[in-house]
Design a protein around this ligand. Sequence first.
Ligand code: FES
Length: 161
Amino acid sequence: MASIDICSKQELTTILERFKPQRDNLLPILNEINKKFGYISPVAMMEIAEYLDIPVAEIHGVISFYHFLSTEKKGKYIIRLCKTISCEMAGKEKIARMLEKELGIKFGETTSDGMFSLEYTNCIGMCDHGPAMLVNEKVYAKLTPEKVIEIVDELKKRGQL
Ligand code: FES
């Protein structure tokens, strides 16, 4: 994931130009930028505000409303463990502790190498197959502590490629 403050503004402009400069396009634009850079920087917010002719405060408001949008740079792999009742009852806590142990970070943190961010999320629709988590957009269900070790190992290997 490139950093938006390092990359040329050209990449940002390219994303913006794929959308008409209409307020309705704010969410899709934010999604695209978040996907591309891993977060929405102050520079990006100002560019969007100018392009859509809306206040930066409105953009802030939308970003803080949607859990999947962020103003902070996150890891290449964002792990979101479901914290809702079915997963809680299926053993979410053991999975949470194993993720923290394997990654060496707490929930809400990002590893110093920028590879992993660890977060909780609400139900991801896998209630009958809990505990469940997302790694970016991929779902992992019926998790066990052993499975967590395998998944994290695999991601670490992939991240080194
Ligand atoms: S409660 Fe965890 S996926 Fe629904």
